[in-house]
Design a protein around this ligand. Structure first.
Ligand SMILES: *[C@@H]1O[C@H](CO)[C@@H](O)[C@H](O)[C@H]1NC(C)=O
Ligand SMILES: *[C@@H]1O[C@H](CO)[C@@H](O)[C@H](O)[C@H]1NC(C)=O
Ligand SMILES: *[C@@H]1O[C@H](CO)[C@@H](O)[C@H](O)[C@H]1NC(C)=O
Ligand SMILES: *[C@@H]1O[C@H](CO)[C@@H](O)[C@H](O)[C@H]1NC(C)=O
Ligand SMILES: *[C@@H]1O[C@H](CO)[C@@H](O)[C@H](O)[C@H]1NC(C)=O
Ligand SMILES: CC(=O)N[C@H]1CO[C@H](CO)[C@@H](O)[C@@H]1O
Length: 490
């Protein structure tokens, strides 16, 4: 297989996702929360920062050690001199050394102390340059959104997340700090999830030790309560405030905040939480040589194929794929599809395999699209078909069918759900789900409405293929159900 790296992503994308426009094109720095690939880069950044700081500390330590050793020597000599100064100074060599020491050595020490070592400068400069690699506030926003999406999709509680407990995957060492909880509380306030914000504030309060840190949380919490006209509760947070804070100033501030908040009318579109579940029962599959196939539905026809893409193929695709060239999702649009990174893959072998699996021609089909979902990454309910006008459709054809390969192990979450069909497809590495988007009359099948649930644990890589209806006119698919495709439009 070979990879087409330099395709412009944007044209492809606008053709693919009906509901997503406005992805940022040629964004120089990608969002770190966008994908596990990007997060891996951040690990490297941290590696480099740690090494750099380590180098800086070593440089400082060398200077420190040298000075400390000399100080010890000097102290010894100085104390000796003090205890018997008459006999000490009676020795002309000692007198000479005292004068010389104070005249020359101390100047040298002064010079040495104020000089900044070149090595140290290099480390400081490195740290300055590395700043542009650090996550921005929009990265942090996206990461917060990912956590909030996880909570909303899977009904997870802040207490559980803060304790490192992810839907049964309990890892106390991944628990959150006071500052983490505070940041998530602030995000909750900004996004009008007040109950959650309060829960996060409460968690950060229990984690902070310092009185001033605690007061900052009390203040933020009180502002939130005042916004909701819960003034009694708000003032409760100011009962034990430090002396410096004047109550009336706070009240004035509250009123200002209140007016600002009233002015905010942005409605956050809430993704469906209809059928996202942690675990689902899998039905036994029938073995139909050479493909292991599991039938999920007849209308629309939908099957899962097992072991249709091999580990070596997956490694090759993930390795040679350059997740750095594509796009990142920003702002409002991330409400539609969040935390994902995607690029185009072309593979003759895989095209042939899809033909084997589906009996459909790959002519005019969209190229494979390799998608990596990151922190809380999901995609709201949508259809894959375009619903073109009849004229456009005759020329371009609609998407008759979709094949979705799962390329990564997802420990928890990340299912593809079809709420109108009550079907949940759990990602399993090497498997693929295939379904028809159109009825055999050519009419669109609205029951194919589907969405991708957020990943709780693991990383989700999918490879999608959208198959076009036009070339299928000359293909007779061998399907046993009469409701299935004869395909084409009149
Ligand atoms: C804050 O958390 C404590 C438990 O740590 C709980 O008892 C209390 O009710 C919480 N307060 C609010 C206002 O949620
Ligand atoms: C999910 O799995 C847990 C154990 O891992 C089990 O206790 C629970 O009943 C399962 N839930 C469903 C809906 O299958
Ligand atoms: C990934 O690519 C690099 C070179 O680009 C190669 O050295 C390495 O073996 C590849 N790894 C896999 C798993 O294919
Ligand atoms: C498209 O064609 C079909 C069948 O010929 C017809 O039923 C439908 O009304 C047409 N739609 C439009 C928008 O013209
Ligand atoms: C959906 O499927 C599950 C198990 O597959 C079943 O228990 C449940 O009753 C179904 N719900 C509907 C509305 O069909
Ligand atoms: C829609 C709304 O609430 N607008 C308010 C925005 O803030 C100004 C100044 O406080 C108010 O005068 C508006 O009524």
């Amino acid at each position: 297989m070979y990879i087409l790296k330099n395709l412009t992503f944007i044209g492809f994308l606008s053709a693919c996702f009906i509901c997503c426009q406005g992805f940022v094109n040629s964004n120089p720095k990608k969002s770190y929360a966008a994908s596990t690939m990007e997060l891996m880069k951040l690990l490297e950044v941290e590696d480099e920062l740690v090494n750099n700081l380590n180098g800086y500390v070593k440089t400082l330590k060398m200077k420190f050690n040298l000075m400390e050793r000399s100080l010890i020597d000097m102290s010894i000599e100085h104390n000796e001199m003090k205890s018997e100064y008459e006999s000490y100074l009676g020795n002309p060599l000692n007198s000479f050394r005292l004068i010389h020491r104070l005249h020359t050595s101390w100047r040298k020490w002064y010079q040495y102390a104020i000089r900044i070592d070149n090595n140290a400068l290099v480390h400081i400069e490195n740290a300055r340059l590395m700043r542009k690699m650090l996550p921005t506030s929009s990265d942090l926003q996206q990461a917060c959104r990912g956590i909030y999406d996880l909570m909303s999709f899977y009904d997870l509680k802040p207490e559980d997340l803060a304790a490192g407990n992810l839907a049964g995957y309990s890892q106390p060492e991944t628990g959150l700090t006071a500052y983490d909880c505070l940041a998530l509380g602030e995000f909750g306030v900004q996004n009008r999830k007040d109950d959650l914000a309060e829960a996060w504030y409460n968690l950060s309060l229990t984690r902070f030790e310092d009185i001033f840190d605690k007061y900052q949380v009390h203040k933020a919490w009180a502002i939130l309560l005042a916004k909701n006209k819960q003034f009694t509760e708000a003032f409760h947070h100011f009962e034990n405030k430090p002396e410096e804070i004047v109550a009336s100033n706070e009240v004035i501030h509250f009123e200002g905040v209140l007016a600002t908040k009233q002015n905010c009318t942005a409605v956050v579109q809430k993704p469906s939480r209809l059928h996202c579940r942690y675990n689902t029962s899998t039905t036994p599959f029938t073995r139909i040589a050479p493909l292991k196939m599991e039938e999920l539905s007849l209308d629309p026809y939908m099957v899962v194929f097992h072991d249709v893409v091999y580990d070596t193929e997956i490694d090759g695709m993930l390795n040679s794929s350059n997740f750095g060239i594509s796009e990142s999702v920003s702002g409002l649009k991330s409400e539609v599809r969040t935390s994902k990174d995607s690029h185009i893959v072309d593979s003759k072998t895989l095209n042939e395999r899809v033909t084997d699996m589906t009996g459909l021609s790959m002519e005019m089909s969209d190229p494979f699209s390799l998608i990596n979902y990151g922190l809380g990454g999901h995609f709201i309910l949508h259809h894959d078909f375009h619903e073109y006008t009849n004229t456009t459709r005759l020329k371009q054809g609609d998407r008759i069918a979709t094949v979705l390969f799962y390329l990564g192990e997802v420990d928890s979450g990340g299912a593809t759900i079809f709420p109108m069909l009550n079907i949940t497809v759990t990602p399993k590495k090497g498997s693929a789900v295939f379904w028809y988007n159109l009825h055999n009359s050519g009419a669109v099948n609205s029951k194919t409405l589907h969405s991708a649930c957020p990943v709780i644990s693991g990383s989700k890589y999918v490879l999608t293929k959208w198959i076009n209806e036009l070339p299928q006119m000359f293909v007779t698919p061998c399907m046993k159900d009469s409701n299935l495709h004869l395909s084409q439009i009149e």
